[in-house]
Design a protein around this ligand. Sequence first.
Ligand SMILES: Cc1cc2nc3c(=O)[nH]c(=O)nc-3n(C[C@H](O)[C@H](O)[C@H](O)COP(=O)(O)O)c2cc1C
Length: 323
Amino acid sequence: MSNIDYKKLVSFGIKAPSGHNSQPWKFQIINNAIQIYPDRSRSLPAVDANDRELFISLGCATENVVLAAKAQGLRSQIEVLPDAATNTSSITIHFTEGLPADTLWLALIDKRQSNRSVYSGEPLTEAELKGLRSVELEAGVRATIVTDTLQKDRLIELVIAGNTVQMQDAAFKQELLSWIRFNRREAQATGDGLAYNTMGNPAIPFRAIGKLIACSVLTQDRQNLHNNKLLHDVSALVVFSVQDNNPCGWINLGRSFERMALVATRLGVAHSHFNQPFEVSGLQDKLKKLEFVRGNYPCLMIRLGHAKSMPSSFRRRIEDVLL
Ligand SMILES: Cc1cc2nc3c(=O)[nH]c(=O)nc-3n(C[C@H](O)[C@H](O)[C@H](O)COP(=O)(O)O)c2cc1C
């Protein structure tokens, strides 16, 4: 299978979303397969102590590779290998030829973005909801699409409760600040992190000044006001849950979430994350008890709605992620 363009597949893998745009992955091209490893130097110990979001991000990258492989007429088979010695897991994507080439997903992978702007507030149409509900989920993954106002309010309360704790947590704020890129120069140089313009902020030429301004904004009151503004009139929230609360389950969740994000992109529906209830201890249990949330372990939440697109985030170069 010498005519497979493996580097092209990796180039689509790295367009995947990841917590704080940390891109916590390494790729290796081996006989007829691509392996994806966690890059522990890019983990987020304060917000993601047990690496759940890290493995969800690896699942998103896996799904991008699988969908990009379809454009080369390739069928993919995924193997998740736990490595007890390093207490981690790696993913191997094996390819076989023989599918008709399907290039639909390439443009969607390019276009998908986490859109943190204020959405229009208009409800999702029946056709949009039907499209989103028809997304095929991996084994053990469930997605609850919530449009009922009272149910949304109960989820929003948990976002606010989580944010209140995070804004009093110096380690959380320190970690977040270290991933903020305050101007184009910083964002381009690192190729990672949360770029100012993806969050709707103006560029700040000097990092020290950027940090001072960010510290004044990263307060319980300011952030809760902002979250309430973004979630007021939200069209829908989606809670993703797993049956197995482990790397395998999280990778499956990442694959399913990425698929839904790409289908949403195709439908012209924007999305962004509100994961505070899973990042602060005690809140996941409260969310789990909500009778309308399906699945054992809720792990990820997004809002859906209509919005104008935002600037795209940066990525590291392919040479930086290839082993
Ligand atoms: C597991 C996971 C958790 C995330 N959590 C948040 C979050 O809590 N808040 C947020 O604004 N974005 C969150 N994001 C979105 C990332 O910040 C985003 O994917 C990254 O900055 C790259 O931007 P892009 O998705 O537009 O390509 C998360 C993404 C993933 C995969």
